[in-house]
Ligand binder design. Sequence first.
Ligand code: ATP
Ligand code: MG
Length: 750
Amino acid sequence: IPAPTPYYLDGLNPEQRAAVEATDGPVLVLAGAGTGKTRVLTTRIAHLLHLGKAWPGQILAVTFTNKAAREMQERVAALVPGAAEGLNWLGTFHSIAARILRRHAELVGLQPNFTILDADDQLRLMKQLIAAEGLDDKRFPARSLAVLIDRWKNRALTPDRLGSDDAHSFADGKGKLLYTAYQERLKTLNAADFGDLLLHVITIFQQHPDVLADWQRRFKYILVDEYQDTNVAQYLWLRLLAQRWRNLCCVGDDDQSIYGWRGAEVGNILKFESDFPGAVVIRLERNYRSTGHILAAASGLIAANEGRLGKTLWTEDEAGEKVRVIGYWDGEEEARSTADLIEGMRGRGRRLSEMAILVRAGHQTRAFEERFVATGLPYRVIGGPRFYERQEIRDALAYFRVVVQPDDDLAFERIVNVPKRGLGDATIQQLHILARARGISLHRAAEAITESDELKPKARTALRDLMTGFARWRAVGRDLPHAELAETILDESGYTAMWQADKSAEAPGRLDNLKELVDALAGFESLPAFLDHVALVMEIERGDAGQDMVTLMTLHGAKGLEFPVVFLPGWEEGLFPSQRSLDESGLAGLEEERRLAYVGITRARETAIISHAANRRIYNQWQSAIPSRFIDEMPRDHVEIEAKPGLWGANSGSSSLGTSLREADLFGDRGAPGPGFRRAAEVKPTRALDLAVERVTVTDHSGDDFSTGERVFHQKFGYGRIARIEGNKLDINFDKAGVKKVIASFVSRA
Ligand code: ATP
Ligand code: MG
């Protein structure tokens, strides 16, 4: 008598079931969007647990985002009650690698509590290294170096493994040198960047077979979602781990490969069969997600790509609504009408959480956010900053925080050199040393240091001006209405002027945001009350409080997700496909954009609304735009066009839209290592700068036990004799530098 079918296999089609039941040996599921690949993975985990083939802790499951990991955990819990708890190794490549690395950090010269640097810290470090090499950072920007190093890391190339071609890149062959210096610097800071998480683990595995053997033994079953977007380093890592049991199940769709620009290799799909001989390859063809028209429009579009493995997709679902294409006059109208459409559907009983706006580039969310804030429509931005999390808003809030609470070191450090006042890292380090030595805040250290000669005259004047400013703002704050005080602070500190002088595309938006901040602040009884409010609001937003909200996110971030209603704005040549992909020679970039469009449409279950605007404001100038070629490429039978007369221009394929997307715009989601990841990381990272300071030796911490006439040494001014003591300050007659007022903490006995 055959055993009864476990209930969770009931709803699966035969191919899905085969993929679930092929528990042992390598399995590759290659299938289009919405065919149940992720569902197969979830069911497979349930099946393994149900059969007792593995303990939860022996299953390694890799997803692309933390959100996907959480969802998978929940789904398994629903299928096998109680079993999901021990699934400790279900997460993103980065989160899992970080956990492994913490256990063996010392093998690559780190301590277990190493810091994970974010993109900001990373750029700051690289900038310092570029400057230290005497290179012009305008010609050789840190951002380019960051992209380059990231690319190497994605290809699992440590500095010593760089080929001669690679080594010659960046600043006439300085690439390798800077990469080496960067890695050294990270080590002294006890820090790793995202790329290191995997790279270090690979290094450890390769150099310590005993460590590798341990992990190989542990992970009896390995499952990977979104396999098409793994890069070389991730593939290597997987291959190392899977070698013992060879129970590796990867699911993916070559048509959804959208991270080529970050080093993902569709080639990994092709390599699978040769690296894992005897692999079972399963194809799924039935789509369970989208209605007929949506699926047909998406399939027709992707058919325009040449480089694809090719596959059929069908659905038993009804035809449903056609994909709607709406043309607008400008971006503002697009945002306004989209908000209206959302309100309309909400009125007809749709929940906001069933609707998503998926954009090509992070900056596109702003117009929608503004509209939503204005009309009070609840929304969340996944993978990008919300209003209070934006750079200019955080900077402004940091100024206010220091005025209200001088000892707020984090706030102080954030703005002490913003705008640039010539208070570079060296100055900040001195402040840190002093603050530490005396156990005082940076603010108080700054006050003390400006009364000495420790700083170069220019820096001292700049810092003194800032400190006088803070004292003044605190004083006038007692009488001035707080909104006016806020404006005064932003003006007098030079912060507003900094953005006024900025010629970048975002600057006008940032100035608008600052105005909006001051307006918002006026509604509160005091500055401290407002700051409390913001802190709370930010908490709630992070907590996601289960409120019904529209989702705004990038197409990259939407991979694997589904929504009943999907809005796809900005389908214009130069925006989508991006200008960069059009400027490239060859088709690779354009084909990747098309796959991204395919990902976008296939997120929709019932309604997909594409829009484009005839005019966009770029660099504060109006430019006209023509509809994306992708609109034309969808089969007309499945599309309904609602353009206003005259807007539907000829699509020549060349772009009149002068925008070019910067890589930074696309980092909104960053794939796996988003903000969610940082929150999920086990050890709270310390600030990089704090760690930087630890390296500087402080020769004398007390400072109080000097006496006049004593001979001392100062790191900058050299040898000298103490002429006068005034608390912690010493007047010293230096042999070479003459009489200077210095701080005792920086002095040692000669
Ligand atoms: P993507 O390529 O976008 O990641 P996918 O192949 O991972 O898609 P899933 O997200 O697993 O697809 O499934 C798409 C939808 O179809 C989900 O809502 C899922 O619950 C549903 N689904 C999958 N298989 C079945 C099935 N056998 N019966 C009913 N619904 C199914
Ligand atoms: Mg999926």
